[in-house]
Design a protein around this ligand. Structure first.
Ligand code: NAD
Ligand code: TYD
Length: 343
């Protein structure tokens, strides 16, 4: 099996590659990644010397680079992770999200069509369903009501991928996961940001009242589900992948402070995110029934593992937060009426 993985130097893509190289001895992986601020070759140090792992620096919006890579690599399947993945950044600047998430997917689908690649996996998100009122949970037929440029660009990309299944009979599958957490997650997202700020006794910026609910999924559980869907998923289908655990943000932040051993006084309520989705909730019955998959890591256990990892890897945090990160941090937090940006 020859896999082409896009965005493999990011958080989930690198976890997927590490898992695949370890658990699938018959699989070779080519990681195609443009190395944006979120892409980090250090995330793949564990497999960098493995003869079944290869890397090409390239941009998914560049049709020539995509075409050349597919001609040379001759993949059996593509797993498309590459994205501008952060809601807050897409609020500050929507253009990169639309360009990479929609146009990047379009370029890949065109290459799949041209080269008749046998399987294409579109890695998507539960955010495409938008905010869901209690007690409903979205299954795969739930209407798409995205709220941010990030989630709208992901929803548009999902629809394009499914249109290529219908029109061109391509072997396309879409997976929609809930919020992932685990090692190597860029410290702009809730859990790694709060852990690293707590470790450094810095304020923990909770948006609004902190009652917004997210479903949390340990990243390796997500990657096992992707592996299963890649092998056994049905063409043209959508599979939700959730952690079956919904928690308000404030509870997550308090659990982090307990795990790190720091006081709740570090919590700082700040101005809310515009268009903030109140609640995400999905049912993963389909992937559980069809693939026999279940999430294995419980949140408390996963959080301890994550805290442990970020404690041990403060040098990694320092490196990824240097340069561009400070600029983003100031843009995102300075106007929220706090002195967080002076970190
Ligand atoms: P990430 O931001 O950590 O990594 C994204 C990777 O894509 C980086 O390595 C980056 O360099 C690469 N990339 C970005 N633009 C590119 C381009 N134009 N060409 C080639 N490479 C490019 O993202 P992540 O959190 O690992 O998310 C991976 C995928 O999973 C995304 O598609 C995201 O929408 C989806 N997803 C994420 C979550 C989550 O909680 N993080 C949940 C559900 C779905
Ligand atoms: P995030 O990790 O950005 O993921 P998403 O927006 O894709 O769900 O945020 C998770 C939740 O945490 C979301 O409700 C926004 C909230 N949040 C904060 O309260 N403060 C923060 O500094 C960040 C980054 C997120």
């Amino acid at each position: 099996m020859r896999l082409l993985v896009t965005g493999g130097s990011g958080f989930i893509g690198s976890a997927f590659i590490r898992l695949t190289i370890k658990s699938e001895p018959g699989t070779e992986v080519l990681n195609f990644d443009s190395l944006t601020y979120a892409g980090n070759l250090e995330n793949l140090t564990d497999v960098a010397e493995n003869s079944r792992y290869h890397f090409v620096k390239g941009n998914v919006v560049d049709p020539q680079a995509v075409d050349r890579t597919i001609v040379e690599w001759q993949p059996d399947a593509i797993v498309h992770f590459a994205a501008e993945s952060h809601v807050d950044r897409s609020i500050i600047s929507p253009q990169p999200a639309v360009e990479t998430n929609f146009n990047g997917t379009f370029q890949l689908l065109e290459a799949v069509r041209k080269h008749k690649i046998s399987r294409y996996l579109q890695i998507s998100t539960d955010e495409v369903y938008g905010s869901i009122n209690e007690p409903a949970e979205a299954d795969e037929t739930y209407p798409l009501r995205p709220s941010s440029a990030y989630s709208a660009s992901k929803a548009a990309a999902d629809l394009l991928a499914l249109a290529y299944f219908k029109t061109y009979k391509l072997d396309v599958i879409v997976t929609r996961a809930s919020n992932n957490y685990g090692p190597y997650q860029f410290p702009e997202k809730l859990i790694p940001l709060m852990i690293s700020n707590a470790i450094e006794d810095q304020p923990l910026p909770v948006y609004g009242d902190g009652t917004q609910v997210r479903d949390w999924l340990w990243v390796d559980d997500h990657c096992r589900a992707i592996q299963a869907v890649l092998k056994k998923g049905r063409s043209g289908e959508i599979y939700n992948i959730g952690g079956s655990l919904a928690l308000p943000n404030i509870d997550v932040v308090e659990k982090i402070l307990t795990a790190v051993g720091k006081p709740n006084t570090l919590i700082k309520k700040v101005e809310d995110r515009p268009g903030h989705d109140q609640r995400y909730a999905i049912t993963s019955d389909k992937v559980m029934t069809e693939m026999g998959w279940t999430p294995q890591v419980e949140f408390e256990q996963g959080l301890m593992k994550a805290v442990e990892w970020y404690r041990k890897n403060t040098d990694w945090i320092e490196r990824v937060r240097s340069g561009e990160y400070r600029d983003y941090y100031e843009k995102n937090y300075a106007h929220r009426g706090t002195n967080l940006a002076q970190l």
